[in-house]
Design a protein around this ligand. Structure first.
Ligand code: GLY
Length: 390
């Protein structure tokens, strides 16, 4: 490979712009984590900031929704970045909340059990052998496995399996949830979880990834015949556009599924997602919320898509040996550091994300997942030998 779309060959070959800024960025991010820890402790911030500041997750800071695990996830990263025990203790305390969520059956009708229980329970199990965390993560994997729809072999993304609007639908983000299933097979010795994950990813490779390297946000299969039906967006600009965060989930998700299966076609899929993503970046390297938009648009950027893409590109580089993806990741991360990092006026690590523009939710705000993946990107590039949780 001589260069990447959106990056001149000379630029792709350069080391990242200013590596000296990364330790300062880590220090700044940790100051914000410290302030949020003082404010939220064992409770959970909302999905996004409101006018730049996180508030307690409505109604009372409890463990609901798809993003809560990014909070303890950040605390684990803070521990890995510093070795400071107080982060480890604060992170480990969340196992009780994730266990309780399962016991209460609260808000479990979602594929996002993968995000939730990988960071909420698999990480603490790996760190300390916490058996309760292991049991809870396995129980979450069972819930996720129960969402596999036959004969299509896809994991239904949202809602009850009986919900006619959601039945037979999966979404590109689901690629980030299959690592919980691969982990469950490793720990239990039962290969049903891994087989289901592999089959699901094959379906996304064949249908959610379009021939031109763009992706649908969501895709429906006929729940009775298993036939692929149609793509549809939920958070993108329109059904045929390419939602930036979805494309970033595609880079990282296909690369992770390749890591777990060795299926080369998933690495190719990750490359195709990456090449399109990079070809649509504006001059400052931070994608607009839909890749349909670029410089000259009055639309907002989605810094969270950029942070996820950095992690995905680093994963892709590690697995493919293509250093150009690593360089591209470094350029994007340095652009985030210099133009998008949170400041004293905000409680977000990363400013200017978009949750759901069509619905007007969390537009030009900090996001809990953007903060997590920004800190994961910084950890990947500043802690030698760091092993990611996915
Ligand atoms: N996984 C949901 C989102 O990216 O908005």
């Amino acid at each position: 490979m001589t260069g990447l779309p959106g990056f001149s060959a000379a630029e792709s070959a350069l080391p990242a712009i200013d590596v000296r800024s990364r330790p300062a960025a880590v220090a700044a991010a940790l100051r914000i984590v410290d302030a949020n820890l003082a404010e939220f402790g064992d409770r959970y911030p909302g999905d996004t900031t409101v006018r730049g500041r996180y508030r307690l997750r409505p109604p009372d800071g409890g463990n609901t929704g798809w993003t809560t695990s990014f909070w303890p996830g950040m605390l684990w990263l803070a521990h890995d970045l510093t070795g400071d025990e107080h982060y480890r203790r604060a992170a480990a305390r969340h196992v009780g909340s994730f266990t309780d969520r399962l016991r209460r059956g609260a808000d479990l009708d979602t594929h996002d059990l993968g995000f939730l229980y990988t960071l909420g329970c698999v990480v603490p199990y790996r760190r300390s052998g916490d058996q309760q965390a292991c049991r809870s993560a396995l129980a979450a994997a069972d819930h996720l496995l129960a969402r596999v729809l036959e004969p299509a072999g896809i994991i239904q993304a949202w809602g009850a399996l009986s919900d006619p609007r959601q039945r037979g639908r999966t979404i590109i983000d689901s690629l980030m949830n299959t690592p919980l299933l691969f982990w469950a097979s490793q720990v239990s010795g039962d290969d049903r979880y891994a087989r289901a994950a592999h089959r699901h990813t094959v379906q996304l490779r064949d249908h959610i990834l379009r021939p031109d390297g763009t992706t649908f946000h969501t895709f429906y299969w006929d729940p009775v015949s298993g036939e692929p039906l149609r793509g549809e967006t939920e958070q993108g600009n329109h059904d045929d556009s390419c939602w930036a965060r979805g494309q970033a989930w595609g880079i990282y998700g296909f690369a992770l599924n390749h890591r777990h299966t060795g299926d080369e076609s998933f690495l190719t899929a990750a490359r195709r997602c990456a090449d399109h993503f990079l070809s649509r970046l504006p001059a400052d390297r931070i994608a607009y919320w839909d890749l349909e938009f670029t410089d000259g648009s009055a639309e907002e950027r989605d810094s969270s898509a950029a942070a996820i893409a950095v992690c995905g590109l680093l994963e892709l580089a590690a697995q493919s040996g293509a250093g150009e993806y690593r360089d591209a990741a470094g350029h994007i991360l340095d652009a985030l550091i210099s133009g998008y990092a949170g400041d004293a006026g905000s409680s977000a690590l990363l400013l200017h994300g978009v949750y759901d523009k069509p619905k007007g939710v969390g537009v030009d705000e900090g996001t809990l997942w953007g903060d997590y993946f920004y800190l994961e990107a910084l950890t990947r590039l500043t802690v030698p030998g760091w092993a990611h949780p996915w």
